[in-house]
Design a protein around this ligand. Structure first.
Ligand SMILES: [Zn+2]
Length: 464
């Protein structure tokens, strides 16, 4: 069946223009002038509302199986659909078992079956102990591997040592899959942790001092050294310190296969403004200064930071210890899945950045990271008809009804943002319509074989 999606503002890789997106059997077959679209009884005309590609979020903690009291496939993918995100890539930790073996991956697949509103894929975990599983996991369809250089602070995935990375690197390079790294080293964190023992942990500043920029910078230097030696695809997740940008830009200029991500909370909040005991804002690495935030925006615009992912990492509300307000004891993680695009767009709007860059940072580049660019991340012939109808000028105040994930807790409650997702389509099928979710179960795992040399850098378009 042919469906035609029309808008005066369609965002394609070439920019924004009036167009008709022609969809057949869930795939885009043509993007034409409005008047030359084929006759169809199935025409949806969105007028001046923006039509952009479904977003791809490569950093989500779905936590299923094992911690469904935290989140789960049904609630996470539902929040994604409401946020215009049509593909999630799940992190290998916080779920139990952690995704470090094919058996664990199969358990995840069983847990996801029939429950997803949007498409999803899995990252595998890399530890010192599962190196014999790298190739099996790659062959079983993980999109890449995630590791921690510091204890993640939860039962399940364990940290990898530099020696472990040296052992794994040749195999990783052979797979062609990216290694996603939580880049903080324990060394620079140990000393302040001792000094701050008696400090006031209700103050955000205490927490910030406990996770200095140096922990990220030293980790990144070590990773760049290994990347230079073994040439595996390196991806730095949730970059918080802007002090690493210069070295990251130089490494990319040198030709190292690296990509960098940051998250909505680092682009929106500033340490100076975080209230006493506001533990909902605890995450690692920490939110830093307003000046650092502006430098991250700069890094995005320069192309040193390639993509934005939510790092949606929810937990049961009690674990945020809001009554105690103790930043040391509270669980670190910020939930934002359904409103991530609005947070980012509001920041872009304030800084005069074109809306065309939103799908570049939140669809095209993340799709490339996960090896999904042949089907996901852009409005172009041959791609899945994953489409979002977005009103960039509508404003809303975040209340629990906007969240849609399991626990209606968020660091953003009460804040106002521009950009409302009105409707979301997955492979041409409507999965979200102004608060309604017509199609539970439409989502599928994306396991098609990765393109070995797909580069996230390809998403940088000179026309923008
Ligand atoms: Zn994370």
């Amino acid at each position: 069946m042919v469906k035609v999606f029309i808008s005066n503002r369609v965002i394609t890789p070439q920019g924004m223009r009036p167009a008709a997106v022609v969809v057949e059997n869930g795939r885009i077959v043509a993007v034409t002038e409005r008047d030359s679209a084929p006759q169809s009884s199935n025409v949806l005309d969105f007028g001046d509302l923006v039509l952009m590609p479904g977003l791809v979020d490569t950093h989500v903690h779905i936590n299923e199986p094992g911690r469904t009291e935290w989140e789960g496939f049904e609630t996470a993918t539902r929040a994604a659909a409401a946020g215009g995100i049509t593909t999630l890539v799940d992190m290998p930790l916080n779920c139990l078992p952690e995704t470090t073996t094919v058996d664990a991956l199969e358990a995840k697949r069983a847990a996801a079956a029939g429950k997803c509103y949007v498409d999803w894929a899995a990252w595998g975990g890399l530890t010192d102990d599962n190196q014999g599983h790298i190739l099996d996991l790659a062959n079983a369809g993980v999109r890449g591997f995630k590791c921690f250089l510091i204890d993640p602070g939860i039962e399940g995935l364990t940290m990898v040592t530099e020696a472990g990375l040296e052992r794994a690197a040749p195999t990783l390079a052979e797979t062609g899959l990216p290694l996603l790294v939580h880049a903080e080293l324990p060394g620079p964190i140990a000393a302040p942790a001792r000094e701050l023992n008696g400090a006031d942990w209700q103050r955000y500043e205490t927490y910030l001092r406990s996770r200095p920029d140096a922990a990220e910078i030293e980790a990144i230097r070590m990773l760049l050294r290994l990347c230079r030696k073994y040439r595996f695809r390196l991806h730095i997740v949730h970059l918080s310190t802007a002090l690493a940008l210069e070295e990251l830009a130089a490494a990319e200029a040198e030709g190292l296969p690296i990509t960098v991500e940051t998250c909505p909370h680092y682009l929106h909040f500033a340490a100076e403004e975080i209230a006493l005991s506001a533990t909902l804002l605890k995450c690692a690495p920490p939110i830093r200064s307003a000046q650092n935030r502006e430098a991250l925006w700069n890094g995005l615009q320069q192309g040193t930071i390639h993509l934005i992912a939510s790092d949606h990492s929810p937990c049961p509300p009690a674990m945020k210890r809001q009554e105690e307000g103790d930043f040391r004891k509270a669980w670190g993680g910020i939930a934002s899945l359904s409103i991530a695009a609005s947070i980012v767009w509001t920041g872009m709007r304030e800084r005069g950045i074109s809306l065309c860059r939103l799908p570049q940072w939140m669809a095209q580049a993340p799709a490339a990271l996960a090896g999904l660019s042949a089907k996901k991340g852009a409005i172009a012939p041959g791609m899945d008809a994953d489409l979002v109808v977005f009103d960039p000028d509508a404003k809303f105040e975040v209340d629990p009804s906007h969240l849609h994930y399991r626990h209606k807790v968020s660091a953003y409650l009460g804040e106002s943002f521009y950009g409302v997702v009105e409707r979301t389509f997955l492979r041409g099928e409507e999965i979200y319509n102004k608060g309604d979710f017509p199609a539970l179960g439409a989502g599928e795992e994306q396991v098609s074989l990765h393109l070995r040399h797909e580069h996230v850098h390809g998403a940088q378009s000179s026309t923008w």
